[in-house]
Ligand binder design. Sequence first.
Ligand SMILES: Nc1ncnc2c1ncn2[C@@H]1O[C@H](COP(=O)(O)OP(=O)(O)O)[C@@H](O)[C@H]1O
Ligand SMILES: [Mg+2]
Length: 355
Amino acid sequence: MSGTSLDGVDAVLIEFAQTATPRLIGMHYLPYAVELKAHLLGLHLPQPDELHLAHVLAQELAVLYAQTVHGLLEKTGTPHARIRAIGCHGQTIRHRPEAGYTIQLVSGARLAELTAITSIVDFRSRDIAAGGQGAPLVPAFHAAFLSAADEHRAIVNIGGIANLTNLPADGNITGFDCGPGNLLMDAWILQHLGKSVDESGVWAASGKVLPDVLNRLLTHEFFAAAPPKSAGREQFNPDWLQSHLNGSEAPEDIQATLLELTALGIVEAAQAHCRGFDALYVCGGGVHNAALMKRLAELAGKPVRSTAALGIDPDWMEAIAFAWLAKQCLERKPGNLPAVTGARGPRILGAIYPA
Ligand SMILES: Nc1ncnc2c1ncn2[C@@H]1O[C@H](COP(=O)(O)OP(=O)(O)O)[C@@H](O)[C@H]1O
Ligand SMILES: [Mg+2]
């Protein structure tokens, strides 16, 4: 898994039994090199020779994903022959469901070639072809493993973008992207302090929220739109942020305001679309942002916990979900939830490159 944050590659080794929750045997993370991140960011917008550049990067990414797999198998002492398949999300560079497509860069052919393991890629296109958003896909996994009859749970995955899954006890599951996660805070601290992450949200906590800026940011039509909806760097990016600033703001105040925007986007969406939830469970890198977690709890007025409390490590949730999506594909079972993505019906997701 490699998400919108463009931080790197998360790999997990998962064993599935028929009934129990997936067993996490091992994990391995490889960060993106600074140049790779820059090249990927560049391809989010039109640029000369982008077709060639995209395909070259798809090869480069396959090499990196294969390295991550090799590292994981070495670490866990697992022979390649024991692996049934790799589920690989690829790196999103464009997400345009309204135009009928989404692009997650990775050469499945090269990944299968380099690993000699069946590789499943391109999980989102089929859902879009069926009229859906192609996102978010993790709610189906949350529904399969995190639902409870005695608790109305809301699960929020705070990656670059944040997405919510509503797991009411009656089983009427919904889910949608709710707005920015970490990506604006990441971009802002990089621009001003040269750091890639606001560790624990300490810098944000040193500033004060600017209500005017916050209110202008909240006028983005995405927040008011009804689900199904999905977002990416197309909607939330540094240029969009810059267009709402006058340049006189203190950088730490903007960081505080961005943290508030993320927290409000999540809690207001949960209140509107996960009505009456008992507790909010957090996964994704945002769980390590202590200032954000504190603000979420204050705004929600309900327990806010890591998904570790439900037995799933918050750092590896999405990677585990894509292992499960790969398994669904191999078993010819659907991977999407039409109520979440807006697709016409359940679909088998993914393109298989046999070993
Ligand atoms: N210790 C931390 N403090 C604050 N933020 C963190 C920390 N660790 C990770 N993050 C945030 O989480 C992001 C990565 O989250 P991740 O779930 O991998 O997102 P994605 O799925 O979009 O790649 C980082 O870019 C960073 O913003
Ligand atoms: Mg990531």
